[in-house]
Design a protein around this ligand. Structure first.
Ligand code: SF4
Length: 117
């Protein structure tokens, strides 16, 4: 048995997942059962963080992954972000790292950058 808190919606149901029977209790909807199964088999996470820039107005900028990545790669991704320095003004959703760690996800900016903001 594994216990999870469903994060699919704000209800935050407390889930108990039985990995032997692949059944779930505590979920108020089917999405919770799928969430518990995924958490057990291959947990994924969306990552938001920052990267540094060489631009005077922006010591750092906010970024996120374009899709969820495997949970076990989150710390490796954060190390990759530490290696990046953005040196130009980018619009929102610009790719900072393409296909990061071969996950299929890009790291993208979450806000537009303006010179002299
Ligand atoms: S089980 Fe359904 S209702 Fe409960 S938190 Fe998950 S998505 Fe929301």
């Amino acid at each position: 048995m594994k216990e999870y808190t469903c994060i699919v919606c704000p209800n935050g149901c407390s889930l108990v997942y039985d990995e032997l029977t692949n059944t779930c209790k505590g979920n108020r909807c089917p999405r919770g059962a799928k969430y518990a199964e995924n958490e057990f088999l291959h947990p994924m996470r969306s990552v938001t963080s920052t990267v540094k820039t060489s631009l005077p107005e922006y010591p750092v900028i906010s970024v996120r992954t374009s899709t969820d990545i495997p949970k076990e790669k989150v710390f490796s991704l954060l190390r990759e972000l530490n290696k990046v320095t953005v040196s130009e003004y980018l619009p929102i959703n610009s790719i900072v790292i393409k296909n990061v760690l071969n996950t299929g996800a890009d790291v993208i900016t979450t806000a537009p950058m303006r010179k002299g903001k």
